[in-house]
Design a protein around this ligand. Sequence first.
Ligand code: ADE
Length: 350
Amino acid sequence: MLEEIVEPLLSWYEKNKRELPWRTDPTPYHVWVSEIMLQQTRVEAVKGYYSRFLDQLPSIKDLAVCPQEKLLKLWEGLGYYNRVKNMQKAAIEIRDRYGGVIPKDYEKILALPGIGTYTAGAIASIAYQIPQPAVDGNVLRVFARLTEEPEDILKQKTKKKAEDVLRKIIPSEAPGDFNQSLIEVGAIVCVPNGPARCTICPVRDYCLAKAHDRVEEYPKKAPKKKRKIEERTILILQNGQEFAIHKRPSGGLLGGLYELPNCAGNLSREEALSYVEKLGLMPLHIADAGEAKHIFSHVEWRMKGYFIKVASTDEKKIGELIFVDKKETKGRYPIPSAFSAYRKYIEEDF
Ligand code: ADE
């Protein structure tokens, strides 16, 4: 009976939980911010972002009115920028419909933009003690091993099954701790990379995969589709003390963020120079700025950079390019990590 895992998990969690910033004062807003950040990003990396975000935007109302550029800047480096754009949409709805407080109702939380069953379950259970499960990849892995779940855990159906099973056993007196105990076991015991640490697992006696010595066979996952590879050429265009940046159109990959000018394909020096001329600039000197790659969820960029000095122009805007001073770029324009190999050229002294 899976119900038997409840007590050992809760006692283990009480003794072994990590001290994490979002566990000290788990208001609904704090839980929300941390859980959204923790999707796709490691705990250690999230800590700094979390405190800075809440320093700048201490309440849901602050989030609702934050200029998008500042918001993206606070998120810069975390990736998956739609997460924070949706948070702002939800914050506006929470302000307008619920007086700035996340409703104490699982279905209403779930109906907010960008909030799926995992985040809704985490907020409801951790902040409001509502007995709803919070099943993310970590919890699915633990569940799949405990029950020898034969289906692909990436299927919606499997997640739903895990939620339905856990909903039946979640203790109403400690739903938040129960969910976090599963998350914690998934993060530090029943780990995704490398061997599971079954000897220290509080629920090893209830684990079917362990009993059959098949822990490494779970969770079942269908092979991933290969990422599309795109070659891109990145241009660092220098005009005196200034460098060109470009705002990406809203919607689509990295929408609304700034980037270094770039184009599809692996351009030769000659092609890069004529591309720059077509932009309305006169190139004077070109040097290689090295190669880099960046992995998004569905695409991989293989980049080649050129550092190009252009003939001086007083215009701050040439077509869609904006020239900004080195001193200004840092701290002001949100530039995604995809460009991190090249952004040093426009932010630091060389
Ligand atoms: N990963 C996802 N949610 C988490 C949480 N609340 N604490 C630690 N790691 C997590």
